[in-house]
Design a protein around this ligand. Structure first.
Ligand SMILES: [Fe+2]
Ligand SMILES: [Fe+2]
Length: 351
């Protein structure tokens, strides 16, 4: 029977929250010098029973720098789309019915276009722990973004290290490809037509670009290190590094990893590999990385070719406009090409 009654009860709860009444609260009673949360390094809000933010400390303003005017907003307006419906239901119950001693904890991922995703643990408890019927509550965030990111990336970094043992590309090559890709993505961020590029995209491509050749871990050494031209069969095996890379990176939570590995040798006119994708069928991240990768490969001296200087490299790349590369991206590349040169110079190989 209880299950049937529950929805009505919750409707009542929502009504109570949504009904506007006098929100003015005398904040001076808790904004005292001895309130430990005000100077806390943990981001903290004080909220009322209607989930309205009465106060946001400095740490919370730093954490949520993409959001303006935290105080005065409702927690549900601010984070509504980031919470599960179930979370919101539980938070409301906690506050209005005193479930679990007026305390709740959960996890929430918050993001905006300007701000990379933040993963945080969220704790809610009464502002005054002695209060029998609390009116105000503390919401405390524990930012675990960096912890999670480091953990995830360290796993894939070790894969990258393993693949580097086999490949004759230098470690600096992959670092530079990260830098160029990130720079190009940053430039696109401010252009119309690239709304899907957000802070997460820029952050991710700046790490995942380095993974483009991770599939070479499965390519036989004699093909990888062969000095002369490859036979047809060897070339077929060589091309498999794209599919192998995609397979290896399929467990990475962001599909961009797979897209870069699989499609960084596709060409704008459909003459690339492995699938002869053309135009914007090629994922944007892969189109960006292919420019970065080729720029760097041309600059480097290899056993079978001399290094090429910056102006010649730019010239060669621009010649491939509309055949190998996305012409719109090349415009942007051309505009910031000097910075590619700077990145190459400042991240030089030792020898
Ligand atoms: Fe490759
Ligand atoms: Fe490369």
């Amino acid at each position: 029977m209880e299950e049937i009654e529950e929805p009505d009860e919750l409707d009542e709860l929502s009504d109570e929250i949504e009904t506007p009444s006098d929100d003015s609260v005398d904040t001076s009673k808790f904004l005292t010098n001895d309130n430990p949360y005000i100077k806390s390094m943990f981001p903290v809000f004080f909220i009322n029973r209607k989930l309205k933010i009465l106060y946001a400390n400095e740490a919370s303003k730093n954490l949520l720098h993409g959001f303006r005017n935290l105080a005065g907003q409702y927690l549900t307006d601010l984070f509504g789309k980031f919470f599960d419906l179930d979370d919101i239901r539980q938070i409301r119950e906690t506050i209005l019915k005193g479930t679990n001693g007026y305390s709740w904890k959960g996890e929430v991922k918050i993001k905006s276009r300007e701000m990379a995703t933040i993963q945080t643990k969220l704790y809610l408890f009464p502002l005054n722990p002695d209060s029998k019927d609390p009116e105000e509550f503390t919401v405390m965030f524990d930012d675990v973004t960096e912890e999670n990111r480091q953990l995830l990336r360290s796993v894939f970094m070790s894969l990258l290290e393993a693949s580097k043992l086999k490949d004759n590309d230098t470690g600096k090559h992959i670092t530079r490809v990260n830098h160029y890709s990130r720079r190009l993505a940053k430039e696109l961020y401010n252009k119309t037509d690239y709304e899907r590029i957000d802070a997460d995209f820029i952050d991710n491509i700046g790490f995942l670009a380095s993974m483009h050749d991770v599939g070479k871990i499965g390519t036989p050494d004699d093909i990888l290190n062969k000095e002369g031209p490859l036979s047809d069969w060897e070339w077929t095996v060589m091309q498999e590094h794209t599919k192998n890379g995609a397979f290896i990176l399929s467990t990475y939570p962001n599909p961009m990893a797979k897209e870069i590995a699989l499609s960084h040798h596709e060409r704008w006119n459909g003459s690339g590999y492995p699938f002869k994708l053309e135009g914007d069928m090629i994922p944007l991240a892969a189109r960006i990385v292919s420019i970065a990768d080729v720029y760097d490969a041309l600059r480097m001296r290899r056993s079978y070719k001399p290094a090429i200087d910056h102006p010649k490299t730019v010239e060669k790349i621009m010649e491939s406009k509309s055949t190998q590369f996305d012409p719109a991206l090349l415009e942007v590349f051309y505009h910031i090409a000097e910075e590619f040169n700077d990145l190459y110079q400042t991240n030089q190989d030792k020898d």
